[in-house]
Write a protein that binds this ligand. Structure first.
Ligand code: PMP
Length: 285
């Protein structure tokens, strides 16, 4: 049986899962989304993902055309129907079909899409040996132009930076904010470890409030590490002992080189390994 995709109340085989070419999600990237993981058949922090989805939607004045419990059920039903235990779920809400102008008032029927599938973002080798990344020259969206707190369907900012990374032979790229501070990577939050303190940029650095980021902050505090959310520069990255990235798709992945410079001794560090193990335990229950 082919994968069953949920669209606005019904399931369709993957080949027939389609929405209008007049949907403003397609025409203008006008919509919001979430990427989540399930472990042993249970979505990791589903409530937090729904909170963020509703906040993103509210920020763009998009009304999600169903209740939270109904959407939670749609997510769980999609997983169950496709018999997915350990997988990745993409939840998308588009503005709906409208006219060819950008006026959102001319659209109707926002579409709610749930795709449950598998994902392997990076080869296992990267988790063992760490990633090499570069700093992109494309800065993260200015928060006053389009807040990076909104997880919108317009990911061109991130895609431009990702392309720079790929052109340099790296699968991820570091993005700075409009002040030149470290923000995040194209699809992941960033952490540094310096003298056993776990550091990560604060929300006002213009980043997405990652749900994996939150989980790692909690785990690090519980494990007794000092955790600081403070503005970081590229200097902090270059002199850090360790670096790692977090995201629902990537989970926790070490970084061993940034801009061709080894971080610490250039190998995956002990704090990163410790937090990676703690994260695995947390998600596997
Ligand atoms: N930053 C960006 C830009 C992202 O796209 C993502 C992944 N959705 C993250 C951070 C990590 O967020 P989360 O841990 O909630 O997946």
């Amino acid at each position: 049986m082919s994968l069953q995709i949920y669209i606005s109340g019904k399931f369709y085989p993957k080949e027939d899962a389609k929405i209008s070419v007049y949907d403003h999600g397609l025409l203008y990237g006008d919509g919001v989304f979430e990427g989540m993981r399930s472990y042993n058949g249970k979505v990791f922090r589903l409530e937090q993902h729904l909170d963020r989805l509703w906040s993103s939607a509210r920020a763009i004045l998009l009304e999600i055309p169903m209740t939270r419990p109904a959407l939670a059920k749609a997510v769980n039903d999609t997983l169950a129907l496709n018999k997915i235990n350990d997988g990745y779920i993409r939840l998308v809400v588009t503005r709906g079909a409208g006219s060819l102008g950008i006026d959102p008032n001319k659209t109707s029927h926002p579409q709610v899409i749930v795709i449950a599938d598998s994902i392997s973002l990076y080869p296992e080798e990267f988790y063992q040996n760490g990633l090499e990344i570069i700093t992109a020259s494309t800065i993260r969206n200015h928060p006053a132009a389009l807040s990076p707190r909104i997880k919108s369907l317009n990911y061109l900012n991130n895609i431009l930076a990702k392309l720079e990374g790929l052109q340099a032979g790296c699968v991820e790229a570091l993005m700075l904010n409009h002040k030149g501070e470290v923000a995040e990577c194209t699809g992941d939050n960033i952490f540094l470890v310096k003298d056993s303190t776990v550091q990560t940029p604060p929300l006002d650095a213009g980043i997405l409030e990652g749900i994996t980021r939150d989980a790692i902050i909690e785990l690090a505090k519980k494990a007794g590490y000092n955790v600081s959310e403070n503005a970081l520069t590229r200097h902090d990255v270059y002199v850090a002992d360790e670096c790692f990235l977090t995201g629902s798709a990537a989970e926790v992945i070490p970084v061993v080189k940034v801009d061709k410079r080894p971080i610490g001794d250039g190998a995956v560090g002990p704090v990163t390994r410790d937090l990676l193990e703690r994260f695995k335990k947390l998600v596997r229950g």
